[in-house]
Design a protein around this ligand. Structure first.
Ligand code: SF4
Length: 357
């Protein structure tokens, strides 16, 4: 697995954001390479000399948050690939049964550092905003995004949100350039409140989500719906497809997603995991219906060999490189370059059961 943070040593008094460059540059936000060994590298910039427990080949070009007190450096924006996510908060007001990042009570406001990091991103990058629930801190989040887009109109944002906090007044506060450059990724697990609310662990969440969606769509927001597949909602997926194409035809995309074996899902794996190799028909029916009615449906986090051939074009190689895993057998597969593979933490026996194409 590719590390997203590493041990760091710096004499700076406070945490700072910097971009790592191979040579000295004119930009005071950059730090240039002094030396690199097989295990770490040393850099120099306006914040002095500092070292990172990763080689220059691994991190040159990255934008780091270096925290001298914690002796850690976080790779906030990596040089590649295009997917980069900023963890805004670990607080959340839902308690989803399969949550991959179980909520914490404390919040550390890092918006100033995130803004500096985004300004240093590669051109035309899409920056992911995740949590926890980022919109628990909606005013500073919108302010940060607006400042970034003012300085860097070439960037885009994708915000993962539970969609519980968009009122008409809140949507009025979304700046025009944020509205244009942002896709809101919102989970919807069922077509009815009883099942959706049970999955997200919050009574009334379904109704509030639909209200939020109306406000967002009225204000021209771009929405991607996300549905994680579980035993709980697999059989009702075709009904959910009908609900979406009837009631939410203006969304940009419906992403049907494989379950991650991490967080709460790890201890509940056998009760939650739906093996689509055994019964793909609800997924197939849902995609057929969505496609027929003009809703763009896509399959995320699902290896191509788990899908019937006619549904493979709907699959997206969606798993980020730092947490992506393949079986040794995958190296003989003709589809490897376009396959999502598995999450690093996927159960071994399922990874080993691949069927190279
Ligand atoms: S064999 Fe491996 S690379 Fe090929 S489709 Fe299956 S998981 Fe993907």
């Amino acid at each position: 697995m590719i590390p997203l943070s590493a041990e760091a040593f710096s004499d700076a008094e406070t945490a700072f954001v910097t971009r790592l460059t191979p040579n000295r540059s004119d930009d005071p936000r950059d730090s240039f390479l002094l030396s690199s060994s097989a295990s770490d590298s040393a850099w120099c910039g306006d914040h002095g000399v500092f070292s990172i427990g990763l080689t220059s080949a691994d991190i040159c070009g990255d934008v780091l948050l270096v925290d001298p007190k914690a002796r850690r450096a976080e790779r906030l924006i990596r040089r590649s690939p295009a997917q980069n996510s900023l963890l805004i908060t670990e607080q959340c007001d839902q308690l989803c049964i399969m949550c991959s990042q179980p909520p914490k009570k404390t919040h550390w406001d890092r918006f100033a550092h995130f803004e500096q990091a985004c300004r240093l991103a590669e051109p035309a990058t899409t920056i992911g905003i995740t949590g926890g629930e980022p919109t628990l801190h909606l005013p500073p989040l919108l302010a940060m995004m607006d400042k970034v887009l003012e300085a860097r109109p070439d960037l885009f944002f994708h915000v993962l949100t539970n969609g519980q906090h968009f009122t008409g007044a809140a949507c009025e506060q979304i700046p025009e350039r944020v509205r244009r450059a942002t896709v809101w990724g919102i989970p919807l697990y069922a077509d009815r409140s009883e099942l959706h609310d049970r999955i997200v662990g919050k009574f009334g969440a379904f109704e509030r989500l639909l209200e939020s969606m109306v406000h967002l769509l009225v204000h021209g927001a771009r929405i991607e719906l996300r549905t994680v597949l579980m035993q709980d909602n697999l059989s009702s997926l075709p009904v959910l497809a009908r609900f979406i194409s009837t009631n939410l035809p203006h969304i940009e995309q419906w992403s049907i997603m494989g379950l991650e074996n991490i967080g709460f899902a790890r201890s509940r794996w056998h009760a939650l995991y739906a093996d689509i190799r055994r019964d793909f028909s609800p997924v197939g029916q849902a995609i057929d219906h969505a496609t027929l009615f003009g809703t763009r449906a896509r399959l995320f986090n699902m290896p191509l060999c788990h899908l019937p051939p006619s549904y493979r074009p709907f699959a997206v190689a969606s798993i980020s490189d730092w947490k992506q895993r393949f079986s040794p057998s995958c190296f003989a597969c003709s589809a490897r370059s376009t396959c999502s593979g598995f999450f690093e933490w996927h159960p071994d026996h399922l990874v080993e059961e691949v069927v190279p194409l």
